[in-house]
Design a protein around this ligand. Structure first.
Ligand SMILES: NC(=O)c1ccc[n+]([C@@H]2O[C@H](COP(=O)([O-])OP(=O)(O)OC[C@H]3O[C@@H](n4cnc5c(N)ncnc54)[C@H](O)[C@@H]3O)[C@@H](O)[C@H]2O)c1
Length: 385
């Protein structure tokens, strides 16, 4: 962790500190809340795997005890430090708490009409795993903290997060995240990519027609940042944090297509479904509020698995064409080609440091670039032509 923080500092992120502790420990939680008097708490800590929570009764107990106790401790920690009116609490719960209903999934609440009257109810309770149910329990407690104390709560019902990079952690390999691709912790897109790259057939559970909400790591982080910018307003706000709902078969085909461009023979295999789930579920989700929170998504899953392949080829094949198109460049210009965003920028040398933050190819016109200056940006490739 020390190395990561040092690397982050070297890349301009200077206000990070790390305190190791267990959120299940109430004294620890109370101590850090009293010490820092935070205005915003973004709660991401949890045992986050459904299959792990199904291993046995012990793991189910651990998952629910750990996740629910940690959240309760934080909520009560804010209350007991008298910070309710000043501190917003943001938690990434999960889309999984909605289950797979036969109607459009609303953004957090259900309008119920009974023969005797109507009301609007919180919607957390159709989860399909012990882990997801731990988040349903969290949502009930978030709702209660808001109802009883008027605590400002943002409940981000997070979709399945794919990818490993944000603009910030792409700056240096020392900031890389984990790439989980195992049965317990690997999300579906990551597992399919790992299978394709290692020559293992892509294994679809059952028919694969079930649609599952997805979001890229970059878009999920951006939306958490936007949620943190919301002012404390004493409300309980729910956002369906997803940008697309592809079928599992669709994700497998996108990975296969990307693999074929790398000349990898990718096989798709259907295996009996180890999960209890509806294999043809259409999963229609209302995301009106979330779209406003995020703005335009930066990624979609099909492009994300194609990007590394397509851009690399494009660049290798088109270096000369690009240079011809920009033949009016002068000696003081550097052509920056940002891989992540497909945008070709012509910039003045004096501005390059502020612009070159992300994965970029730089084409150096007539050997103008001092390559040493770019050494700390390990993800940037320089072509000197
Ligand atoms: N990754 C996804 O696809 C996804 C989807 C929906 C929701 N979420 C939620 O988003 C959050 C982050 O998920 P992630 O994929 O980054 O998981 P992760 O496992 O990478 O991160 C969770 C972190 O929480 C820490 N933690 C767990 N219990 C703790 C405790 N008692 N005290 C202190 N730290 C503790 C773990 O050590 C780990 O570092 C989780 O709440 C998860 O449930 C993730």
């Amino acid at each position: 962790m020390e190395d990561r923080i040092k690397t982050a500092e070297q890349n301009g992120f200077t206000n990070i500190s790390f305190i190791q502790g267990d959120l299940v420990d109430r004294d620890f939680v109370n101590e850090i809340i009293c010490l820092f008097k935070p205005e915003i708490i973004v709660h991401l800590a949890a045992q986050p795997s459904a299959p792990y929570s199904h291993i046995n009764g012990g793991m189910a107990n651990y998952t629910q005890f750990n996740n629910n106790q940690a959240t309760r401790n934080l909520l009560w920690g804010i209350k007991e430090a008298n910070l309710v009116s000043k501190c917003s609490f943001i938690e990434t719960t999960t889309m999984g708490i909605y289950g797979a209903p036969e109607f459009e999934i609303p953004e957090g609440f259900l309008d119920i009409e009974q023969p005797t009257g109507k009301d609007t109810l919180l919607y957390p309770g159709m989860a399909g795993s012990w882990y997801h149910m731990s988040k349903s329990n969290d949502v009930n407690n978030l709702y209660l903290a808001n109802k009883m104390w008027k605590m400002s709560i943002v409940d981000l019902r997070m979709a399945i997060v794919y990818g490993t990079e944000t603009e910030e952690n792409a700056l240096d390999p020392g900031l890389a995240t984990r790439f989980d691709f195992d049965f317990y912790f690997g999300v579906v897109g990551n597992r399919f990519c790992a299978m394709a790259l290692t020559g293992y057939p892509i294994t679809i559970y059952g028919k694969g027609e079930q649609r599952k909400p997805q979001i890229s790591l970059e878009d999920s982080v951006c939306s958490i940042v936007n949620a943190a910018k919301l002012k404390a307003n004493g409300k309980f706000e729910v956002f369906n944090q997803t940008t697309e709902v592809p079928s599992i078969k669709g994700i497998a085909e996108a990975v296969k297509n990307a693999g074929e461009q790398l000349k990898l023979p990718v096989e798709i295999k259907h295996i009996p479904n180890p999960r209890v789930e509806k294999e043809e579920h259409k999963m229609v989700i209302n995301t009106d509020k979330f779209q406003k929170l995020l703005g335009k998504p930066k990624h979609n899953i099909e492009l994300q698995v194609h990007d590394p392949v397509v851009n690399k080829k494009e660049l290798e094949n088109q270096n000369k064409i690009i240079l011809k198109d920009f033949s009016n460049l002068t000696k003081s210009d550097i052509l920056v080609i940002s891989v992540a965003h497909h945008n070709f920028q012509k910039i003045n040398t004096t501005k390059w440091l502020s612009i070159i933050k992300k994965n970029s190819f730089i084409i150096d016109i007539k050997g103008l670039i001092d390559v040493n200056k770019f050494k700390k940006f390990k993800r940037i490739k320089i072509y000197q032509l």
